[in-house]
Ligand binder design. Sequence first.
Ligand SMILES: *Cc1c(COP(=O)(O)O)cnc(C)c1O
Length: 246
Amino acid sequence: METPANPTNALFDLALCRAVAEQCGGAERAVFCVDNTYMGPLWQSPIAHGADLVVYSATKYIGGHSDLIAGAVLGSQAYMGRIRALRTFLGNMAGPWTGWLLMRSLETLKVRMDQQALNARSVADFLAAHPKVAKTYYLGHLAEHSAQKEIFNRQCSTAGAMLSFDIVGGEAEAFRFLNALKLIKLAVSLGSTESLAEHPATMTHSDVSAEDRERLGISPSLVRISVGVEHAEDIIWDIQQALEKA
Ligand SMILES: *Cc1c(COP(=O)(O)O)cnc(C)c1O
């Protein structure tokens, strides 16, 4: 499973999922595996909440510079032994150049992620107050005492740097906004030093059926932003000028 959900930031209870896994399977119960890419390795620790395996796209926060493709998996010895054996057969280990880039990236992981989360707060506050924004999906804006906020308090140490919003209007307005951006790049990746924006309904989630997209809140007016390390005022300036053109 994945929490927060991409791209709506809907939260799911990790301990509850572990309890469900305990009920599933026979002699060998279901393996509880969490994709923790959205919160990176610093802001949420699924193993502490019962996950057997945690997977990352290291292409995102861990690499952080949009210049490598890699993955990571962690878990107990028993599971990792099987994964290592499978990796030998499949041959999907990273090359030395990717390894070197990852070692370089780890030196700045915390300062990058701290700054991204700080910038995301400013961007989310700006969006929430803008008349051309119908709704924001940001973990720092959850209602106090809501079920979502309770899960957030248990599982997440920050609101992260991923946020989405519904622009007033529909697909046409969302496209005009995305095409008008000057600093923020149009791309489906996330978690890197540069801010990125995308349109989930026609890009990352275009293979999800229209019914499921509607059910999950992935509407034609939804825009997702991965907030980078640029000066927050520059990011907000870009969003503001693009909203004016939308
Ligand atoms: C990007 C992403 C992946 C895929 O990772 P790649 O490194 O691009 O192969 C998987 N899960 C999540 C949540 C991602 O954001």
